[in-house]
Write a protein that binds this ligand. Structure first.
Ligand code: MG
Length: 309
């Protein structure tokens, strides 16, 4: 038996990463990437989305992808669902773990979901109710917790109100999203502390951080220091920022694993195997990916190849 991981990586590249990349990746390519992530020791992977196929053509192959994925003990494949219809499609594909989402700010919610926050809360409650009847675990993403690209600062009370409803509905994990990378470490600590004071166990909080302004890793460590134990990452930093073309988006998985392991905090993930998965991710999307560990790993390979040439 290995050492139990003390933090866990929730890998988002096959869904959130690819959704924000321009090139369309084949279903086989996605299955290969997911297989590599599993081999590296990743236990939670958001593999696809059951948002209408017309909205996200990149993820329209969800049912056939699900048929390709190996069943591995301890590995949980998650599917994103926007509403009850999406949940039913996910159930038809055999998903047992789903993630759903809404925003803490009105304008972002309206632009992203074409609904008011109040309407979205009702939608999420419906997803939670059906999921509970089906024995399906639900992860609830709250976007723009640390700032909104349209409204600027977002009051923590918005998040607290949504969290109350998610918990009442039986959500497994509350995911705090720093959608545009506006958060800072002090704010992460303050927001998590407010949620914990309101009765939410820190172990049920995950952080979905973006590195748009170079703060993702600092924010992750701040979250760890106040008890957060699950972190979303995208291998090699796949997935740009939709609001800033060319900018970094998702926190890079290798950067998170490298930093936690260097601090003596176990992740259960083999960094070298994860870096190999990052190399595959880059080949699949056909552009240079921005993860910092990824870049240094690539550089080391180039130097090693030059030495043996
Ligand atoms: Mg993201």
């Amino acid at each position: 038996m290995g050492v139990m991981p003390t933090v866990s990586l929730y890998e988002v590249s096959p869904r959130d990463g690819l959704q924000n990349e321009a090139s369309v990746v084949s279903t086989e390519g996605k299955a290969e990437l997911i297989g590599r992530l599993v081999q590296a020791g990743v236990r939670d992977i958001e593999v696809t989305s059951f948002v209408g196929p017309r909205w996200i053509p990149q993820l329209a192959d969800a049912p056939s992808l699900m048929r390709m994925l190996p069943t591995v003990e301890g590995v949980r494949y998650w599917g994103l669902v926007p509403n009850r219809v999406g949940l039913e499609r996910a159930l038809d594909s055999g998903m047992t773990h789903v993630a759903t989402f809404l925003s803490a700010s009105e304008t972002h919610n309206k632009k992203n979901l074409n609904r008011t926050v109040r309407e979205s809360v009702a939608n999420v409650e419906e997803v939670l109710a059906v999921a509970r009847d089906e024995g399906v675990a639900v992860r609830g993403y709250i976007s723009t917790v640390f700032g909104c690209p349209y409204e600027g600062p977002v009051p923590v009370e918005n998040t607290l109100r949504i969290v109350d409803r998610l918990l009442a509905g039986g959500v497994e994990t509350v995911v705090l999203g720093d959608t545009t990378g506006m958060g800072n470490p002090r704010q992460v600590k303050d927001v998590v502390a407010r949620l914990v004071a309101a009765g939410l166990d820190a172990h049920r909080i995950a952080l979905h951080l973006h590195d748009t302004r170079g703060t993702a890793l600092a924010n992750a460590i701040a979250g760890y220091e106040v008890g957060v134990r699950q972190f979303d990452g995208s291998v090699a930093g796949m997935g740009g920022c939709p609001y800033a073309p060319g900018a970094s988006g998702n926190a890079a998985s290798e950067d998170l694993v490298y930093t936690f392991e260097a601090m003596g905090i176990h992740t259960g993930v083999n960094l070298e195997a994860l870096a190999e998965a990052g190399g595959l991710a880059e080949a699949l999307v056909g552009r240079e990916l921005p993860g910092r560990f990824h870049l240094s790993w690539k550089g080391a390979r180039v130097r090693a190849a030059a030495r043996t040439a």
